[in-house]
Design a protein around this ligand. Structure first.
Ligand code: LLP
Length: 387
């Protein structure tokens, strides 16, 4: 159960829709990921893109995590939130000059560089600032993440990283660049990965490319294997915290490393996915010829994943009694788009106007992907310690 009776009374009159964040669950998740990483000497950067809600960031920062950013504004945000620059990475295929300069000024840990041209631009801009930028080269390893094709990033057909066919040239450019220093290699093959074999295949590629560079006389210090660990969207209460031990074990076992190597991770979804739920009210019910609809006051403007990726999120009626008869609903939002649908043929206790519905596992890529399409109001949120 998401809420106890006292909490239910407190949210009874709350304006919906809102994101509910369980800070205790986030705290426990952070403690587990930290313990599992520290034990193996691994470094974890939290991927801000998954959720940059203020209090979530405060808690994550307070535990000593690094930050993984994909825009100048995320770099600035993590600095403002107190993340130490020495633990900030900056990735992205299209970093603008302005964003690069922001990151150079803060002296971040590393740019994850995604093309030879970008390397040249960073070298030039770092030269103008009289600094040497630390870079990790993002290699596209051609590993299939077995996940939704929109969140697969490590295949030859994807836009991310330097293709392996260009590594020889990249190595030359780096050798001749005076204002960049190659500290590592970066990989990220996709998101919501639940098949651990994908990470095994990734380790094989990391070993291969690390050796490739080291055989050519370039010592690699940082092995950044990205993020991607999935969460259980079907059973959020049964599996509230991902199995970080099993995940890190794969890298511990299969990555070849010596005392000279550091292993870095950029986890987003696995850290914040389960701590957030979107709480919404039924506005109307409608019985079509073939369907029963529950029309909610939240839509794709608050949680875009189902519309964008046909992503599954568990839908629950909040605070119902077991005696209610079960119905089958298509659960939809109010936005004027047919794709504005949270779930088709969802079994739920009979529901009516005013009932509260929870859309679970919405902590990652939920609030941050909200939009004001249809001039919707800015999305609200409530933290567990406010109830
Ligand atoms: N590092 C890089 C370079 C990334 O591109 C990403 C995510 C991460 C780390 C964090 O990945 P995670 O641990 O969260 O899987 N909006 C999509 C997910 C997009 C992921 C983009 N990159 C969704 O809602 O499923």
């Amino acid at each position: 159960m998401l809420f106890n009776n006292t909490q239910l009374e407190r949210i009874a009159g709350a304006e919906t829709p809102f994101y509910y964040y369980d800070l205790d669950l986030l705290n426990d998740t952070l403690d587990q990921v930290k313990a599992a990483a520290d034990k193996r000497g691994f470094h974890v950067h939290y991927a801000l893109k998954a959720n940059f809600n203020e209090r979530l960031l405060d808690l994550i920062q307070s535990k000593g995590f690094g930050a993984d950013c994909v825009s100048g504004a995320e770099v600035q945000k993590s600095i403002d939130k107190g993340f130490t620059p020495e633990k900030i990475t900056f990735a992205g295929v299209g970093k603008s000059d302005k964003e690069i300069i922001t990151a150079l000024k803060h002296g971040i840990f590393a740019f994850n560089v995604e093309s030879i041209q970008e390397m040249e631009v960073i070298n030039e801009l770092a030269g103008e600032q009289n600094v040497v930028a630390h870079v990790s080269l993002r290699i596209n390893p051609n590993v299939d993440a077995n996940t939704h094709h929109y969140i697969t990033t490590g295949l030859d057909e994807n836009k991310f990283g330097v293709p392996t066919s260009e590594l020889e040239t990249a190595a030359d450019v780096i050798r001749n660049a005076t204002n960049v220093s190659l500290i590592g290699l970066h990989f990220h093959v996709g998101s919501q990965i639940t098949d651990m074999n994908v990470f095994k295949s990734l380790c094989v590629k990391v070993n291969e490319w690390k050796n490739w560079f080291e055989d050519r006389g370039t010592q690699i210090r940082v092995l950044n294997v990205g993020g991607g660990l999935g969460v259980d969207y079907h059973d959020p209460d049964g599996n509230p915290i991902p199995d970080f031990e099993a995940y890190f074990d794969i890298f511990d076992k299969f990555l070849e490393r010596s005392a000279l190597h550091e292993v870095h991770f950029e986890l987003g979804r696995a850290i914040v996915g389960q701590c957030g739920s979107l709480i919404t009210r039924v506005l109307y019910t409608k019985s079509g010829l073939k369907k029963n609809f529950l029309i909610l006051d939240a839509g794709m403007t608050e949680l875009m994943r189902p519309a964008l990726y046909q992503a599954y999120h568990k839908i629950e009626k909040v605070g119902f009694s077991d005696s209610q008869k079960e119905m089958i609903y298509d659960v939809v939002g109010p936005i004027c788009e047919s794709s504005d649908c949270f779930g088709k043929e969802v079994p739920l206790p009979e529901s009516g106007r005013g009932n509260l519905i929870a859309i679970r596992t919405a902590g990652a890529y939920g609030e941050v992907m909200a939009s004001n399409y249809n001039l919707r109001e800015e999305v609200r949120y409530i933290y567990s310690d406010e109830l």
